[in-house]
Design a binder for this molecule. Structure first.
Ligand code: SF4
Ligand code: SF4
Ligand code: SF4
Length: 275
């Protein structure tokens, strides 16, 4: 029984994803959804299991399992544009499929429960950026967050222009947009990481998806909290945080609170087990 309690989090995550998988399979009449969400649920549950077993690369295992699946299988092989342009595209066509479902689950409503878990465990852009050497920022934060709104507006304008221009072969254009968009994200993300000595600079300043992720994760159910009776204010948690979150402040307005990617570096490194 204690074993079951110890592994409650991976079991719960598996159940949530299975519920989504079965519901979508039955309501949409498409077996793909059963496979897709079961695969993601099993990957996340495996990562949580490895984390509980204190395997230090647990998060990276999930990131690679989910990130590569989405980039290579869904994106390149199945030709689904899962980037923000794909979301606008399916939204404009009025189809609740692929990217719209993905955005609803992972990036719009899901963050109300698991915050920015997507950014820590599944994003295929960050999957590559996290291989770079600047795990924590080595330079002060810049005031460049406005760039995300420009990127957001450009993605929307691009898809709106496609529809307004009456361009043909939209599916083909969206596939090329996926290839070019991803390549651009990697180039910009790596360049920013080098310039600011910060692997996650792209996430902090440019990524348009954060326009959804930040406000929704403000209300997240799962958050890292600090037990003030144990904390000795050593500051270690803040020094190891890739997103510069003031995790010792339990209020929802804590500094950079909507940036937390639930990577658990702070929890692992707290000498007093206060987190
Ligand atoms: S902020 Fe954007 S690029 Fe960074 S992990 Fe999240 S979705 Fe991926
Ligand atoms: S690492 Fe732990 S003890 Fe140190 S400031 Fe953070 S929560 Fe407090
Ligand atoms: S180190 Fe802690 S506060 Fe910082 S992103 Fe990771 S889980 Fe969130």
């Amino acid at each position: 029984m204690s074993g079951l309690k110890k592994y409650a989090a991976p079991l719960l995550m598996l159940l949530i994803f299975e519920a989504v998988a079965v519901t979508l399979w039955l309501t949409k009449g498409n077996l793909f959804y059963l496979f897709n969400f079961s695969y993601i649920g099993i990957s996340i549950a495996l990562g949580l299991f490895l984390y509980i077993r204190k395997y230090r690369h647990a998060r990276r295992v999930v990131q690679l399992l989910v990130g590569l699946y989405m980039l290579v299988y869904l994106g390149l092989i199945r030709g689904e544009n899962m980037q923000i342009e794909g979301f606008w595209y399916y939204l404009f066509t009025g189809v609740f499929e692929a990217a719209t479902i993905h955005y609803a689950v992972a990036k719009i409503f899901g963050p109300l429960i698991f915050g920015r878990g997507w950014c820590g465990y599944a994003c295929w852009t960050a999957m590559i950026l996290d291989f770079l050497p600047w795990k924590t920022p080595e330079k002060p934060r810049k005031k460049l967050g406005f760039l995300r709104y420009i990127a957001f507006a450009l993605s929307l304008l691009f898809v709106a222009a496609l529809f307004l221009s009456g361009a043909g072969e939209l599916e083909k254009i969206m596939f090329w947009a996926f290839l070019i968009g991803n390549a651009a994200y990697y180039v910009i993300g790596i360049a920013l990481a080098f310039a600011f000595r910060d692997n996650r600079a792209f996430c902090k300043y440019v990524c348009p998806v954060t326009v959804f992720l930040k406000p929704m994760s403000y209300f997240a159910l799962f958050r890292v909290r600090c037990d003030k009776s144990k904390c000795v204010d050593c500051g270690k948690c803040r020094r190891v945080c890739p997103m510069e979150v003031d995790v010792t402040d339990n209020s929802r307005k804590r500094k950079n609170g909507t940036e937390c990617i639930l990577c658990m570096e702070c929890v692992k490194n707290c000498p007093k087990k206060a987190l």
